[in-house]
Design a binder for this molecule. Sequence first.
Ligand SMILES: *Cc1c(COP(=O)(O)O)cnc(C)c1O
Length: 392
Amino acid sequence: MASPSPDHIPFALPDIGEAEIEAVVSALRSGWLTTGPNAAAFESEFSAQLASIGGGEVTSIAVNSATAGLHLALEACGIGPGDEVIIPDWTFTATGEVVRYLGADVVVVDVDPKTLNVDLAVAERAITARTKAIVPVHFAGLPVDRTALADLASAHGLRVVEDAAHAHPVVSGGLPVGTGTSDAVVFSFYATKTMTTGEGGMVTVHDPDLARRIRTMRLHGISRDVFDRYRSTVPSWHYEVVAPGFKYNLPDPAAAMGRVQLSRAATMLSARRSIATRYAAAFADLPVTLPAGLDLPDDQHAWHLFVLRLNDDAPLERDAFIQRMADLGVSCSVHFIPLHLQPYWRDTYRLDPADFPVAHDSFARAVSLPAFSSMTDEQVQRVIDAVREVLG
Ligand SMILES: *Cc1c(COP(=O)(O)O)cnc(C)c1O
């Protein structure tokens, strides 16, 4: 197989430096590989960072993926068979699969044409007597209006778990995502997200009972975790299983990487922000729709993704655009293939494209450009030149 040319620009790359490498090596040398001192420090540093950008006090719980975090959060909210959970069509399958783990049903709703975030008016019309929760997604790192979300939830008695897989760090309505009135907020540290631990995630909650349930279910339904038992003066071999829990804890070498990434989160955001600003200026005259939120202050969009939509007068369609970009040495992607087009969701819930006009139309036009924090200025310019050549 031909190897990609050395000047090929990948769609995404983790931004890992010597500090992350040293932190992981030192965790490996410490002898403590499972969840331990690094995970505990990562949790408190995550809460402290949210407080430092204007948030109230929250409990942060490290997990081995956002998917695990979403599962734990909904489980702790008591979601189960017979319940309905509203999710947006424009998301990754993880947002919905966790609802199915619990034996509940998803209700998939269309999104707002500007932001591609859940359309709260459509969501409200989808509420039935069985609806127990809503899981909004802060698509690309642009937060859902959480005041309107909280009003909807309180008017209908819904639990709220935010899928914030794209959304650290970001402030909106004066409050960082991760704080506020939602029951839980779940972040992803997957390899390509805004910060990474390889695989990993974080759940933030403000209710101590919810925090206790999530911590217990994170590790086999055991009432004390291993590190707690190790530190304790009570005999360390004793523990109690209080529920059939899961195995969702974050290993310490990953947490050590996460602590360094967390300390660089603002710097990495400003690199993504300046890429977005350059793209927006360079594409202003092209037959494309730019992403929402370019006019916001720098801290109010996490810029995890930079998604263009090709207009009707673009000289070629999305798939051909991606192929031409690849020929010019630039990998693009698509976020997302909407759930109503995925066989499992389409067939299980008989989803009809006519019920998702915005997501259906946007899918035909959407393309995500490389926009990762370690891109060089020269790489950004090459993406700009390629887009202008293909659409010129
Ligand atoms: C990446 C992603 C997830 C899943 O994150 P993991 O950490 O890989 O489990 C969930 N929701 C959305 C919107 C995502 O993009």
